[in-house]
Design a protein around this ligand. Structure first.
Ligand code: SF4
Length: 232
């Protein structure tokens, strides 16, 4: 069973259009300095866990109330028994959305083709050249992320791409290049960065709404649905 480190019992934000529960799995192969879940990424073994039985029993009780389950992290595709876990959730009748950083395209393809996931949300950290500084990795596996993007652009699956936008780490050129990279995508969201003590490297700031609207307008030239999230 995967190490489950969190359960948000009800959310309207994580699975578009559905009242959902979100499950958080530990570990990640990136070290994004703006990451909001630093504990799950840096020392997952020290984080509290919830048993699979407890989560499944909760989901069973909420059948007919919840409309979907989001599996997030960390990077959930690193969990070796992810497929079995999703099968158990699907057996309870829930559609499943997977949040991923896009570095495990084979797993995403397999889960999609097996009908085990009904939606994916894939992080696009920055334009390709900026991936090292945005992921905290000297050599992030950009080929894998490109493969994920290519797959989703042609797959029969609901999906969205999204970028957490950090004033100190992104500039206009990121969004010009992302717009070309993701041309024709179903949907893309700019998520305003929020600083907190949980962030891996706290102290960054967010662009203003006006700046985010400018980036949105750039992206809208090539992507039909572009939204902004997380700004008051
Ligand atoms: S933001 Fe996502 S991909 Fe980046 S370190 Fe955190 S969990 Fe991993």
């Amino acid at each position: 069973m995967p190490a489950i480190h969190g359960l948000n019992k009800t959310t309207l934000l994580d699975y578009p259009g559905r009242v959902a529960a979100t499950i958080f799995l530990g570990s990640c192969n990136f070290r994004c300095p703006f990451c909001q879940n630093s504990g799950l990424v840096l020392h997952p073994a020290d984080e509290p866990t919830i048993s699979e039985e407890e989560v499944l029993s909760f989901l069973k009780k909420r059948q007919g109330i919840l409309e979907g389950v989001c599996i997030s992290g960390g990077e959930p595709t690193l969990a070796s028994d992810l497929e079995d876990f999703i099968r158990k959730i699907r057996a309870l009748g829930y559609p499943v959305k997977l949040d991923t950083n896009g570095t495990r395209p084979d797993i995403l393809k397999h889960l999609t083709e097996s009908g085990l996931i009904q939606m994916a949300a894939v992080d696009i950290k920055a334009c390709p050249d900026n991936y090292p500084s945005l992921t905290g990795m000297l050599h992030p596996d950009l080929d894998a992320v490109r493969e994920t993007v290519d797959f989703l652009l042609h797959a029969n699956l609901d999906y969205e791409f999204r970028t957490t936008v950090v004033k100190e780490l992104h500039n206009e050129n990121d969004f010009i290049e992302i717009g070309q990279w993701l041309k024709g995508a179903q949907a893309y969201y700019l998520q305003a960065y929020k600083d907190s003590e949980e962030v891996l490297q706290p102290g960054f700031s967010s662009y203003s709404l006006e700046d985010l609207e400018h980036f949105r307008d750039i992206l809208h030239q090539t992507i039909p649905v572009v939204g902004i999230r997380g700004i008051d």
